[in-house]
Design a protein around this ligand. Structure first.
Ligand code: CMC
Length: 428
């Protein structure tokens, strides 16, 4: 194991420390580089930069491995529940039966929103994108739950975390209800976390809503698959926002804003829209050709990943879940056939093989969510709901770290050098 690497920079020979994680690539510690050489490193998009150390999630992108606190995502998706995974991410271990009951009870006690928050929805247009509403309403939580905003107090941090995990389904369901003009449904805490969300979304006060166990299980699994993904763009946004000591609810709103983009969480909506636009398998070659054309900005949505250069293990489970849900619901959707064929054709095309572009989590998720009854605009809101636990777990880990500093990247400046101000009438 190498413990140092040598660097000759600014005529100085430096021995830079190499840090070893429990698994995965070693990292070169460059924290003193600027002080010792007056030089920065340059890594736009952070393709070679570890921004922190973390014990929550591990990804081996070449092998297609995703572990939460050491447990493979396939096993968690198959055998655990979203509440167990939330406990695991937040507290570091799978819960015992008693711990799970206690955790589930605690979360269920925070599902209601302050009644005044409901008035925020009325300020939005009915056709507002649910993610626009999520950014606003989650940010607004910071004005309501000030008794859990002292981030130096671990207990208050945990209460804020529980509140966020618990209230997100209520907030997302209300965004949906608002868009279709139906009354908001209050949470019913005897239901599971996921069953409660389904009822608040699809139930109406006039009728008793019966949660379909097949859909409940599929939805719970979808939540598990989205729960955390180490230092992705939205998580890094939450960490950066939180590094200044900002309000926890505001930090999560920042994460939601970042997630919305089509290169990140917004890809699930874009992927289904793309599959519907393709429509039939005979049109796939045209879209593959467009994705390969450097003069066309079109990309295959739900394909490719910064870290995975192999099949995204979440996509494997997602594809299997589509089959299970379709079989149980006795439905089919031609869009799934288009997705399967598109995957097959892309994976045998030299362009995608050379660039190691595989389906990611967003490729198949929209097919199931649509079968369950969600409009495409809700897809990214569901991603935000599930990712909240990852965001709060990573935020807690950062704040608890005694060496935590404000995140403050530097730059390679390319603008004008110093020059003198020119009076308005003297400018040409
Ligand atoms: N279709 C066609 N070409 C692609 C695609 C794609 N989906 N993705 C990457 N490429 C090409 C890209 O043009 C580039 O080619 P070249 O080297 O010739 O310039 C090469 O592959 C590398 O792409 P990149 O953009 O430099 O890679 P990145 O790591 O910066 O981007 C990505 C990763 C996920 C943003 C990108 O693959 C992409 O835009 N995919 C489509 C959007 C998507 O599905 N996003 C969801 C990601 S997973 C869930 C999540 O993070 O929320």
């Amino acid at each position: 194991m190498t413990d140092t690497v040598k660097l000759n920079a600014a005529d100085k020979d430096l021995d830079l420390k190499v840090l070893h994680g429990s698994v995965g690539p070693d990292v070169i510690d460059i924290r003193k580089l600027y002080a010792q050489t007056g030089m920065f490193t340059y890594d736009p998009g952070f393709t070679s930069t570890a921004s922190c150390d973390s014990a929550i999630t591990y990804i081996d992108g070449d092998e297609g491995v995703l572990l939460h606190r050491g447990y493979p995502i396939g096993q968690l998706a198959e055998q655990s529940s979203f509440m167990e995974v939330c406990h695991l991410l937040l507290n570091g271990e799978l819960p015992t039966k008693d711990e799970l009951d206690k955790f589930t009870y605690t979360i269920s006690r925070h599902t209601m929103l302050h009644e005044q928050l409901a008035t925020f929805y009325r300020g939005f247009r009915r056709d507002a994108h649910p993610m626009a509403i999520m950014c606003g309403v989650v940010g607004a939580l910071s004005a309501f739950y000030q008794d859990s905003a002292d981030i130096t107090d671990p207990q208050q941090r945990m209460i804020a975390s529980h509140r966020l995990i618990a209230k997100m389904p209520t907030i997302a369901a209300m965004a949906y209800k608002y868009s279709i003009g139906q009354p908001f449904m209050h949470p019913k805490n005897e239901l599971s976390y996921t069953g409660n969300f389904l009822r608040m979304t699809f139930g109406v006060p006039a009728e008793e809503y019966v949660v379909d166990p097949v859909i409940e299980k599929a939805m719970d699994r979808i939540f598990i698959l989205h729960a955390d993904h180490e230092q992705n763009a939205s998580t890094s946004t939450v960490r950066l926002a939180g590094s200044s000591g900002a309000n926890p609810f505001a930090c999560i709103a920042a994460g939601i804003a970042c997630l919305w983009g089509p290169a990140h969480g917004g890809a699930n909506e874009a992927a289904l829209n793309m599959l519907r636009e393709i429509g039939t398998v005979d049109r796939i070659p045209e879209y593959i050709a467009r994705a390969k054309d450097k003069n066309d900005p079109f990309r295959l949505m739900g394909f490719g990943h910064r870290v995975y250069k192999n099949y995204d293990p979440r996509a494997t489970v997602m594809q299997q879940t589509v089959r299970e849900v379709f079989a149980a619901m006795k439905v089919s959707d031609p869009v799934f056939d288009v997705a399967l064929k598109l995957e097959e054709m892309a994976l045998s095309d030299p362009y995608f093989i050379e660039k190691k572009l595989f389906p990611n989590v967003d490729f198949y998720s929209g097919v199931i969510l649509s079968a369950i009854g969600f409009p495409t605009t809700m897809f990214t809101a569901l991603f935000a709901l599930a990712r909240t636990v990852g965001w709060v777990a990573q935020w807690n880990e950062m704040i608890a770290d005694p060496e935590q500093k404000i995140g403050r990247p530097r730059q390679l400046y390319t603008g004008p050098t110093q020059r003198d101000y020119v009076a308005l009438d003297a400018r040409s």
